[in-house]
Design a protein around this ligand. Sequence first.
Ligand code: ZN
Length: 157
Amino acid sequence: MSDCKNPETTCNTKTGTNFTAYETGLRQDWPAHTVEFPGLGEIPGKHFLKGAIGLTSCEVSINSMAPGAGMPIYHKHQQNEEVYIFIQGKGQVQVDGEVIDVQEGTIVRIAPNGERIWRNNSTEPLLYIIIQAKENSLTQYGLGDATVPEKAVTWPN
Ligand code: ZN
């Protein structure tokens, strides 16, 4: 699975009645994923997961931005907020002209109307996950949404 270049067709996906497990490949292979953006051409290192795992409540992308690279345009959203979870490297996010230094462990939430760009101004890859979900759509969450079946924990082996 480390040579996972085209996950839609060649990578392992395991599905059950209530789950989809999907291999994106090792983090160092994330730059091989590309997304075609109208008017922007091919964006390397970005991989949307909605289609791959059948997401219905949010969009998630995994991202690897090369040293010196940056988003070439600002964008906003119509109804979705975004959460940027930085898991490796260093860079900067700019929202409405304000610059936020980010690094492994930084999490940034951006409201739909925020004009955003980000860049990797370091010498190492910048890895991050973006979650996009409809603002104000969350009505119950965390343990407040959980139910606990009366069932002893077992494993097949
Ligand atoms: Zn966005």
